[in-house]
Write a protein that binds this ligand. Structure first.
Ligand SMILES: [Zn+2]
Ligand SMILES: [Zn+2]
Length: 199
C-alpha cells in the first residue's frame, strides 16, 4: 500500500464514491473495507491475506509478490510503457485504442458455495464493455444459486460492474491503474525475461 501513493491520491474521488456506496449497502454484514494491494480494487468481503496486505484473490496475491520488484521500476519508465499500451492496438481485437484497464466483477454459486471475482482486462473500451456486459449476464444467470452469499453478492457485483461501465477511464491519458499494471508488467519481464504476460 505504501508503494502506491500516486495511485491512491489519483483515484481517491472514485474510490470515495464506491466507498459511500459500500457503506450504504454493507451495513447489515458489517465487514471492514480494504483495497487489493495489487490492483487497488475495493475488497468487500473475503479476499486473501498476506501479512498486513490484502488481495482480492490468489491471482492478485501472486502478482503481489511482484510488488517489491515493481517498486524499483521508475515512474517515468512505467508511464512510458503505459503510454505505449494506451496508444497501441487493442490486445483483444487488434483495433485502435485508447487501450486501458477495464474492470468487471462477477459471481457464481452452487448451493452452499459462492465465488466472486474482480477481473481486470487491458483492452479498448469496446472490448471492455463487451466483457462487462458478459460478466453482468454471467452473474445474473449463475450468481444467485447459493445461500446466503449468492443472494448478497449477485446484486453487489452487478452494481459494481454497472458502476465501472458508466464511468470509463479517461481516453486522453493512461489511467493510474494502467500505469500501475505497467510497473507490474515490467517487473514480470525483469523476473522471467521471456514471459511477458498481461496484468
Ligand atoms: Zn486485486
Ligand atoms: Zn478491443
Amino acid at each position: 500500500m505504501f508503494l502506491l501513493p500516486r495511485l491512491r491520491s489519483a483515484s481517491r474521488c472514485r474510490r470515495g464514491r464506491l466507498a459511500s456506496f459500500v457503506r450504504r449497502h454493507n451495513h447489515p454484514i458489517g465487514s471492514s473495507m480494504a483495497s487489493c494491494a495489487t490492483c487497488g480494487t475495493t475488497i468487500l468481503f473475503g479476499g486473501t491475506k498476506d501479512g498486513s496486505l490484502r488481495f482480492c484473490n490468489t491471482n492478485c496475491q501472486s502478482k503481489g509478490a511482484m510488488l517489491s520488484r515493481a517498486a524499483q521500476v521508475s515512474d517515468s519508465e512505467a508511464f512510458g510503457h503505459a503510454r505505449r499500451l494506451h496508444t497501441g492496438p487493442c490486445p483483444k481485437c487488434s483495433g485502435s485504442g485508447p487501450v486501458d484497464i477495464h474492470m468487471s466483477y462477477r459471481v457464481w454459486s452452487a448451493l452452499v458455495m459462492t465465488q466472486w471475482q474482480s477481473r481486470s482486462q487491458i483492452s479498448c473500451r469496446s472490448c471492455g464493455v463487451k466483457s462487462q456486459l458478459g460478466n453482468i449476464a454471467f452473474s445474473a444467470v449463475l450468481g444467485w444459486w447459493g445461500f446466503p452469499w449468492g443472494l448478497i453478492m449477485t446484486p453487489i457485483q452487478i452494481i459494481r460492474t454497472l458502476f465501472v461501465l458508466v464511468s470509463p477511464p479517461n481516453p486522453i491519458e493512461p489511467s493510474p491503474k494502467l500505469i500501475h499494471a505497467s510497473k507490474l508488467q515490467i517487473a514480470t519481464t525483469m523476473a522471467v525475461p521471456s514471459a511477458m504476460t498481461p496484468a
